[in-house]
Ligand binder design. Structure first.
Ligand code: NG6
Ligand code: CA
Length: 510
């Protein structure tokens, strides 16, 4: 009898310990949020109390990176564990592009599914839907998120500035009526609806002249591309953050008893920035700042929900961004004129689209009250491409050699047990950089030093591209102002060789 009881107790203990090992995981993924946009990361002109709370309750990384300086390749890398530059067609996608994540390989959500999790993506997708052929939006849309490992999906297909401006739940557009089918085109205008180009007087926010945001007008904002139909199915920009939160909330409540993985992919603070009216004017930094406050509010709502449901201690919240900051990304919304002294990338140079640190060094915070010590700062180099291998290793899953080829197991760094993350890393923008320790080598390339279609306070966004070899010491010169390539030819040689090898071998995970 006694042994039976002891055995039962033991089994209970094992069961408990086992349950403990499967925290819920939520990735709160901001869009275009810079290293310096969060007050915990040094922003002075704007306060983000909720994100700061997450920092106080968890682990703040000073050297956390997304895998690329734009959205699609970053997300592709995070979900597949492969650097996007290895595969053609993984650049910023249009709203009618086909799915680029393979359906037959391990993905981040599949790792969770295999470990017994319920998985969902809520928010911006931007990884394509359909098989790449002409897509009929009025029938079941597939393949998409549900085919790469998400049990549930509530998304918009691309970005808020690209048509179609509709929500897709699993395979269907919400609210679509048979009598009003949707047609989408990125080559020529379809339908009779006004466009930004022909009817600028109808706009409630101007697009930056000469660029690509002069297509169909939806809610007083002209988009990239043209669409007709689906009139009642279209979202309202001011409601995006709330709609996404509500969907996330439902998923969390429904799955609170099980382990769940939620990829909560926000539209804030991507253009067109048109926050909920509650936030308009609140930051005094223009709609970009207001969108940051909205993003902070969404983060707070998630944290409070977890507290309310009593699951916060055993939920790992990862907060990060898909690329660095950009002020004018195609709309005139006050981001430049009302910037004050705000520094969106903090001390780092440039931002979105750039190979300089501002492009991929982004706020990265991980909290998990039951496991991670509160209020720690980590200088470990971590990259979102590593999430896949790290979780796979944590769950005891093996990866084959042909999947997640650039994903490293950095689990110990992710939970603050080790200060060592990666030692080497490739950065990706319009060119490549190789980091080893404090050294950063930027591959020489022909191309514009400043973009003519995305702007910072002092003109076109800096790309970091140069025909000259660049070498920086990120410890002495984090702002990448002193190119020391000629002083350290051996370091240049070593890093250039390492990059070449990584490219030739088609993999970096050993
Ligand atoms: C750019 C768009 C920009 C934005 C970006 C994608 C122009 C001039 N600019 O090409 O507005 O949509 O693509 O942003 O076309 S991302 O965060 O999704 O990568
Ligand atoms: Ca982005």
């Amino acid at each position: 009898m006694k042994t039976k009881q002891t055995l039962l107790l033991f089994l209970c203990f094992i069961g408990f310990a086992y349950a403990q090992q499967k925290p819920n995981v939520i990735i709160i993924y901001a869009d275009d949020l810079g290293y310096g946009d969060v007050s915990a990361y040094g922003a002075k002109e704007i306060q983000t109390p909720n994100i700061d709370k997450l920092v106080a309750e968890g682990l703040m990384f000073t050297n956390g990176h997304c895998a690329s300086a734009t959205c699609t390749p970053s997300r592709y890398a995070m979900l597949t564990g492969n650097y996007a530059f290895r595969k053609k067609g993984t650049g910023v996608l249009n709203g009618n592009a086909g799915l680029i994540v393979p359906t037959d390989k391990t993905t981040l959500p599949k790792v969770f599914k295999k470990a017994g999790y319920q998985t969902a993506v809520v928010g911006k997708w931007h990884l394509g839907v359909g098989d790449g052929g002409e897509l009929d939006w009025n029938t079941a849309i597939s393949p998409g998120p549900n085919e790469v490992g998400f049990d549930y999906s509530f998304i918009f297909p691309a970005t808020a500035d690209r048509v179609p401006t509709v929500y897709v739940r699993n395979h269907d557009i919400i609210g679509l009526e048979k009598e009003d089918p949707i047609v989408v085109n990125y080559r020529k205008k379809v339908g009779e609806e006004p466009t930004g180009k022909e009817n600028p007087e109808l706009l409630k926010m101007d697009y930056t002249p000469g660029l690509a945001h002069d297509g169909t007008i939806v809610n007083g904002i002209s988009r990239m591309g043209w669409m007709e139909g689906g009139t009642r199915a279209r979202w309202t920009d001011e409601e995006l953050a709330h709609d996404f939160f509500s969907e996330a909330e439902n998923f969390i409540i429904q799955n609170k008893e099980k382990p769940f993985f939620l990829f909560f992919s926000l539209s804030d603070i991507h253009v067109p920035r048109m926050p909920d009216t509650r936030f308009k004017g609140a930051s005094k930094l223009g709609y970009r700042g207001d969108a940051i406050l909205q993003l902070d509010d969404t983060t707070g709502r998630i944290l409070r929900l977890l507290e309310y449901l009593d699951i916060k201690d055993d939920t790992m919240v990862i907060f990060s961004s898909d690329n660095g900051p950009i002020l004018d990304d195609g709309y005139v919304d006050g981001a430049i004129t009302e910037i004050n002294n705000h520094k969106p990338a903090g001390i780092y140079r440039s931002g979105k689209y750039s190979i300089f640190e501002g492009g991929t060094r982004v706020p990265t915070i991980i909290s998990w009250p039951n496991k991670i010590k509160q209020g720690k700062v980590s200088d470990a180099m971590v990259n979102q491409v590593d999430f896949l291998a790290s979780f796979a290793s944590y769950f005891g899953q093996n990866l084959t050699t042909d999947e997640a080829v650039d994903s490293f197991d950095i689990w110990e760094a992710m939970i603050g047990k080790s200060d060592m993350g990666r030692v080497e890393m490739i950065e990706h923008a319009r060119t490549l950089a190789y980091i080893k320790g404090d050294w950063k080598y930027i591959q020489p390339k022909k191309g514009a030093k400043r973009l003519s279609w995305a702007f910072d306070v002092d003109g076109g966004q800096e790309t970091g591209i140069s025909e000259e070899v660049q070498l920086y010491n990120l410890k002495d010169d984090p702002s990448e102002l002193k190119n020391v390539a000629s002083k350290y030819p051996d370091v240049v040689k070593e890093l250039a060789k390492a990059l070449e090898t990584a490219l030739n071998e088609g993999r970096t995970r050993i």
